[in-house]
Design a binder for this molecule. Structure first.
Ligand code: SAH
Length: 256
């Protein structure tokens, strides 16, 4: 097994693969409640095992195309949606988020929690914008600095892991210069990190290590997860996931 296989194996059966919660998903959906027509078409990109896909399916009138690169996550989502009687509202698609098999203006709403960092926030919103109908919405969560300055240790860790990490003010500028206008923003609370994501993940590490016979690679994967969790416990006042909800606007690339 490669390191990536091990990471997918560790995360596959978890309820979610990143910070977030049912109430965060619904809060973001609330920013567009006046717009939401019946028979919505939604794409959920980087859906993972579908924590937010299931929540959306329960609360909207319409259909969700759930996209992920890894079949293991999609199989897990399919089994969950079948068990919950939601399979008619969800279609899974294996594709990469930077080459989506979508037609222009085919979705009322593009959703993506904790996943756009894989191709970079600004690159992602630019690539996905054409798939949204005029006046449709984008809802994306993305790691975000929540103070203007921070200790060097945490700055170095996150800029090393994801050079696109930035403040909400700068992410909003990126949205605006790429043809979106902000409809709402909030950042996730510590319980959306710890109770919903890191605590169950940490509980899964022991059985994960046993399953893989404490191999060198599995031990490395577990250690890196523990380090990330430890850093969050220490530095949580400096960063979170920002949830950005934005409406597709008419013009792109105004010269400033
Ligand atoms: N939205 C889920 C999963 C977030 S983790 C949640 O919040 O729980 C990020 C997800 O992006 C993973 O499921 C991962 O498999 C997926 N992913 C990574 N690179 C991708 C790519 N290039 N295209 C599509 N999905 C990708």
């Amino acid at each position: 097994m490669t390191e990536l296989d091990l990471i997918v194996d560790l995360h596959c059966t978890m309820q979610r693969q990143g910070p977030g919660s049912t109430s965060d998903t619904l809060r973001a959906l609330g920013f567009m409640s006046e717009y939401l027509p019946k028979n919505l078409s939604i794409a959920d990109i980087g859906c993972g095992s579908g924590g937010q896909t299931i929540t959306l399916a329960r609360h909207i009138d319409g259909h969700i195309t759930a996209v992920d690169l890894f079949p293991g996550f999609l199989e897990e989502l399919e089994s969950r949606s079948t068990k919950q009687g939601l399979s008619e509202k969800i279609t899974t698609v294996k594709a990469s988020m930077d080459s989506l098999p979508f037609s222009d203006a085919s979705y009322d709403l593009i959703w993506s929690e904790g996943a756009i960092y894989n191709i970079g926030f600004e690159n992602g919103i630019r690539l996905w914008r054409p798939f949204i109908k005029d006046g449709g919405y984008l809802a994306v969560s993305e790691i975000t600095w929540i103070t203007n300055t921070r200790p060097k240790e945490i700055e170095d860790f996150w800029t090393g892991a994801y050079s696109g990490i930035d403040t909400a003010a700068n992410k909003i500028i990126q949205l605006e210069r790429n043809g979106f206008s902000l409809a709402g923003y909030f950042h996730l609370s510590p319980s959306s990190w710890l109770k919903e994501y890191y605590t169950p993940l940490q509980d899964a590490l022991k059985p994960f290590l046993a399953k893989h016979n404490f191999s060198e690679l599995a031990t490395k994967v577990a250690r890196e997860h523990n380090e990330e969790i430890e850093l969050y416990r220490r530095y949580q006042e400096y960063y979170s996931y920002g949830f950005y909800v934005a409406r597709k606007s008419g013009f792109v690339g105004a010269v400033v």
